[in-house]
Design a protein around this ligand. Structure first.
Ligand SMILES: Cc1cc2nc3c(=O)[nH]c(=O)nc-3n(C[C@H](O)[C@H](O)[C@H](O)COP(=O)(O)O)c2cc1C
Length: 156
């Protein structure tokens, strides 16, 4: 049983609804999800286990306001998270071109800087293609959880 810390970045609520759908519908009762709607660094430093970022992209490829504080603290304070598993779900809109899903890339970089270990490919959800991000996120999370469990077992 893993407790997954879910860090949310959302402007209009789509990523937040997705995170709540994950909390309520994923993990087949074997895993728990704690949703941080306005995360600060303690969401990381006072917990252990897997971390799932679920954020949208705003501005020109930027992290939403409610996740920005966490992002800045992470980059400034660099609390090392050696080998800690993390995954990224990012909402964006491909009509933004080069900045498509940019917030996911920023979060990934920040987690790499503290030596966390990425599990799975980033799930990038395009608003041009779906209005139901959770329909893509829920199956992705099941696979991600499987991968996290396998890697945790292998690591002993
Ligand atoms: C002002 C604004 C700026 C945006 N900038 C980007 C962007 O740079 N890249 C991108 O991929 N999506 C961008 N988006 C699209 C949002 O990320 C997308 O609509 C997402 O589904 C919104 O999720 P939310 O409801 O959680 O905020 C932008 C949307 C708005 C309204």
């Amino acid at each position: 049983m893993a407790v997954v810390q879910v860090l949310v970045g959302s402007v209009y609520g789509g990523a937040l609804l997705t995170a709540k759908a994950i909390r309520d519908q994923s993990g087949s009762g074997k895993h728990q999800f704690v949703v941080h709607e306005t995360p600060d660094l303690s969401a990381l430093t006072t917990t252990e286990g897997p971390v799932l970022v679920c954020t949208s992209t705003t501005g020109q490829g930027e992290v939403p306001e409610n996740l920005l504080n966490f992002y800045i603290q992470l980059r400034d304070q660099l609390p090392m998270q050696q080998g800690r598993p993390f995954g990224i779900i990012v909402l964006g809109d491909s009509s933004y071109g080069d900045t498509f899903c940019g917030a996911g890339a920023l979060m990934e970089e920040a987690f790499y800087e503290v030596a966390a270990h990425k599990v799975g490919e980033t799930l990038c959800i395009d608003a041009m293609e779906t209005t139901e991000p959770e329909s893509l996120a829920l199956p992705w999370v099941e696979e991600w959880l499987d991968q996290v469990s396998q890697e945790t077992l292998q690591a002993g």
